[in-house]
Design a protein around this ligand. Structure first.
Ligand code: SF4
Length: 390
């Protein structure tokens, strides 16, 4: 092995998947910039990076031998030092409503969940960014799993890569959906397990691939990062990758939010909304800003709360998603009645906000909002104190 190759291996992405062959670099999570650097280090021309990104992400190929426009010498070198490896699918479940959930097994015994939600005019993939979540929001089943670690960029983009493979096999094979819904991923939301902005660098690398025309070519309106409100990371995000944002607000004031989203004790609502304004300034037409609001009976769902929310957001161009709460054992919360949710929506609509009530999808396979659980080894890393968050 040449010294360049040894150096490459030493420089391997520290957060890349631990493959069976731990000496090899997993290229699945490399965005174009990292791929170019990789090939330059290898002594190859940087246009190889574009070719490789296309093979992996446009064509879904994980075998260097099939990459016919790359020279045999270069392919042989790649075989020695690199690998393209996604997690295994441990389980695939299909809901009566067409929703599909995958449990993906990671090295080290953890697993994560990814969900595809087909609709008439689009297909949304909801992906995870961490194994579990440390933020401990009271109404969230993922939070009950605790937190183990960040996903690598390879593990994040692998969810899109695998879902594409599986959905293409449905369309190509005899197992076509009965209702004729075209299973194509048009939107990606980072709303699965974890807080994406606490895994900033790996999320950004994966999002670059989602937006890259050489890879998935999604527009920034169709890629949404959902956050509970990590203010310093929001301030960085605009510089690094400029996509749509969903803010898990869930309360019209700090008193309520402090109790259901503990992160609010560190970054209160006024700081958070200021950071969101900064993120979008002058640019709201190119990206979407969604306010997420889970409806918890007797906690945040009164008419007074609706009016307070309308007032709070009155300088914020946004759409509001009201999410019926999906109860889970020992959650301590109940879902608001549908008539309460409709009244809440009507008040917001009368105040001029585009407000939707999210349809519950995939409930029969535990794939609905807040139901994703995966498997988290070592559940002890839950947030004890919000000041641990940087
Ligand atoms: S709601 Fe989101 S941020 Fe809060 S604990 Fe669940 S996964 Fe984490």
């Amino acid at each position: 092995m040449s010294s360049v190759e040894k150096k490459l291996i030493l420089q391997a992405d520290k957060t890349a998947d631990k493959t069976e062959d731990k000496t090899k670099v997993n290229l699945l999570g490399y965005d174009l910039e990292h791929m170019k650097a990789f090939f330059t280090e290898m002594g190859e021309k940087s246009f190889r990076a574009v070719q490789l990104v296309k093979w992996i992400h446009q064509f879904g190929v994980d075998d260097f031998a099939q990459m016919s426009n790359i020279s045999q010498v270069c392919r042989a070198k790649l075989e020695q030092i690199a690998i393209i490896k996604a997690p295994e699918i441990a389980m695939e479940k299909k809901s009566d409503d067409g929703t599909i959930k995958w449990l993906m097994r990671l090295e080290g015994g953890n697993s994560i969940e990814t969900v595809f939600i087909p609709e008439d005019n689009r297909g949304t993939l909801c992906i995870s960014s961490q194994v579990g979540c440390a933020l401990d929001c009271g109404f969230c089943s993922t939070a009950r799993q605790g937190f183990n670690r960040n996903l690598s960029s390879a593990e994040i983009i692998a969810q899109l890569w695998i879902a594409n493979h599986r959905l293409n096999s449905y369309v190509a094979g005899s197992n076509k959906p009965k209702n004729g819904v075209k299973r194509v991923i048009t939107n990606v939301v980072l709303m699965g397990m974890g807080e994406p902005l606490l895994n900033f660098d790996n999320v950004v690398a994966a999002v670059h691939l989602m937006l890259d025309d050489n890879a998935y070519g999604l527009s920034k309106r169709r890629v949404t990062i959902s956050t509970a409100g990590v203010v310093p990371a929001l301030n960085r995000l605009r510089e690094e990758c400029d996509v749509s944002l969903a803010l898990s607000l869930h309360a019209p004031n700090d008193k309520i939010r402090d109790t259901i989203v503990p992160l609010n004790q560190k970054y209160p609502i006024n700081e958070l909304l200021a950071a969101c304004h900064n993120y979008f300034h002058g640019d709201i037409k190119k990206k979407q800003f969604i306010i997420e609001y889970v409806m918890l009976a007797g906690v945040n769902d009164s008419e007074k709360n609706a009016r307070e929310l309308a007032l709070l957001l009155n300088t914020t161009p946004c759409k509001i998603n009201l999410i019926p709460f999906n109860p889970f054992p020992d959650s301590g919360y109940e879902s608001s009645k549908m008539q309460t949710i409709i009244r809440f929506r009507d008040i917001l609509q009368q105040s001029g906000y585009v407000t939707m009530i999210r349809k519950t999808r995939g409930e029969d396979i535990d794939a609905a909002c807040g139901q994703l659980a995966g498997k988290v080894k070592d559940k002890s890393k839950r947030l004890r104190n919000v000041n641990e968050i940087t």
